[in-house]
Design a protein around this ligand. Structure first.
Ligand code: DX5
Ligand code: ZN
Length: 218
């Protein structure tokens, strides 16, 4: 089975606990830290719009921050998250028109950060295939974005499979990430399809033993 990377979602972790939580996740085998930004508009909740990115950007000493923007106004939000140690900035296909998405990707890339496109469960993977040459990562949502703790929607599996084939046929090198409802069972299904990065929030963070949970996803 393919080796995957784990990107725990720290959604819901308080600002004062960010450093200790991230250190614990990284020493338990996490490769990345998934940072969910919610604007109160693209999704109804609000999260991590209050300088939390600076706390982590200044603390970690490797490029491991995986920023997921669930935001409508990308002109406003992308520059706020182009910080040191941010590896990926992913934003939604549903947020803007295609021309603007491509411009955002090149802005992110010119700041030495890898741009990514995210699709909601209701968006077909076919809608984004022609855009993928501009992106380094594709994030397949396996829940409707907006909150943690929801159940995995199986249509994500077919999308992962199609992305793996498209990537191969077209000699592209984007990585494939899945987000929402990941636990040891759904992780296995995604790995069988060839996913590269698993985001898991509640499955890891609600446990006392991060290492045991991360090991069970690998
Ligand atoms: C959902 C977020 C996810 C979420 C994952 O809107 O993008 O990253 O926090 O949480 P779980 O793993 O609990 O579904
Ligand atoms: Zn996310």
């Amino acid at each position: 089975m393919k080796r995957v990377q784990i990107s725990p979602s720290i959604l819901g972790v308080k600002k004062e606990d960010l450093i200790i939580t991230c250190d614990k996740l990284l020493s338990s085998g996490a490769s990345l830290i998934h940072f969910d930004v919610m604007d109160g508009e693209f999704v109804s909740n609000i999260s991590f719009v209050d300088g939390e990115i600076d706390v982590l950007s200044n603390h970690v000493n490797e490029s491991i921050l995986d920023v997921h923007l669930m935001c409508s106004d990308l002109d406003k939000y992308i520059p706020l998250y182009m910080k040191e140690n941010v590896k990926y900035i992913t934003f939604h296909y549903e947020a803007e028109n295609e021309e603007k998405l491509i411009k955002h990707a090149s802005l992110v890339r010119s700041n030495n950060i890898l741009p990514g496109i995210v699709i909601n469960p209701s968006t077909d993977v076919e809608s984004i295939l022609h855009l993928l040459k501009h992106f380094s990562i594709v994030l397949v949502m396996s829940v409707v974005p907006g909150k943690g703790g929801q159940s995995f929607i199986p249509s994500a599996l077919d999308k992962i499979e199609k992305l793996v084939s498209f990537k191969k046929e077209n000699n592209l090198n984007f990585v494939i990430e899945v987000d929402g409802g990941i636990n040891s069972e759904t992780a296995l299904l995604c790995k069988e399809k060839g996913v590269d990065i698993l985001v898991a929030g509640s499955y890891i963070l609600k446990s006392e033993d991060y290492k045991e949970r991360i090991d069970s996803l690998l």
